[in-house]
Write a protein that binds this ligand. Sequence first.
Ligand code: SF4
Length: 290
Amino acid sequence: MQDLTEAFVELIRRTSTDLPEDVEKSLEAAREREANGSAAVGALDAILSNIALARRESLPICQDTGTPIFYVKHPEGWSTRRLREQIRSAVVEATKQSYLRPNAVDAITDKNSGNNLGDPAFPTIHFEEIEGEELTVDLMLKGGGCENVGAQYSLPNGELGAGRDLDGVRKVALDAVQKAQGQGCAPGFLGVAIGGDRGSSFDASKEVLLKQIEESSPDQELADLETRLTEESNQLGIGPMGFGGKTTVLGSKITGLHRLPASFFVSVSYMCWANRHRRMTVQGDSVSYS
Ligand code: SF4
């Protein structure tokens, strides 16, 4: 098995400094929709200049480089122990090269480890063995501000009048957006998971954020709800960075998980405009990035 440490450093560099094209285009389209001279346009202009500068100078898009979350899909025979070691070494090196800010602090004492490592779960790494010969690694850098405004609901929710159906899902997701009030650095993206247990539900609400903006749910009812959630979030008037305006959410993704009959969880993960995620693909000796 080859040593992919350097390739992982490059994956981290690209994720931290070069926002995906579809995310940038959605921010440009949002800028066109906002009123000339508004605070919303000012905020979006600052965001767009920042994205271009970060790409040109190979500098982090945001001072908070977030929690690194790796999703590794590997063919049979790869050692997850060695992959974990290589990813952790790459995180240390990327921190030295300032692609990542030292972000890992002790849960109780607040002491910073200085190298973005913490035992056992920093960075977060998910492994899955898959068919075929190709290894893919998706990396998401999840900012703290947007992570803080994520929410989980157990339906039914009497206060919001949300029952155990898709309209209930819509109500609680909009409640999460309303409560965030732009604090997670709007405009952003909603990842919604319906079902599962509390843990799997939150995990799925994050992983669904890896999809391309144009990629809708294969389930037509969920796809329709994705569109509706984005539209209705944008009618709340919260706007970029909470300054007011037409753009609070740039896109919504929804996924469903089997659940116990007794439980109906809805988890909402919010991703800020700095929606940093990239994929590395390894086939034989060849490594590519997208
Ligand atoms: S929420 Fe996102 S844009 Fe805001 S500070 Fe955190 S990483 Fe940066």
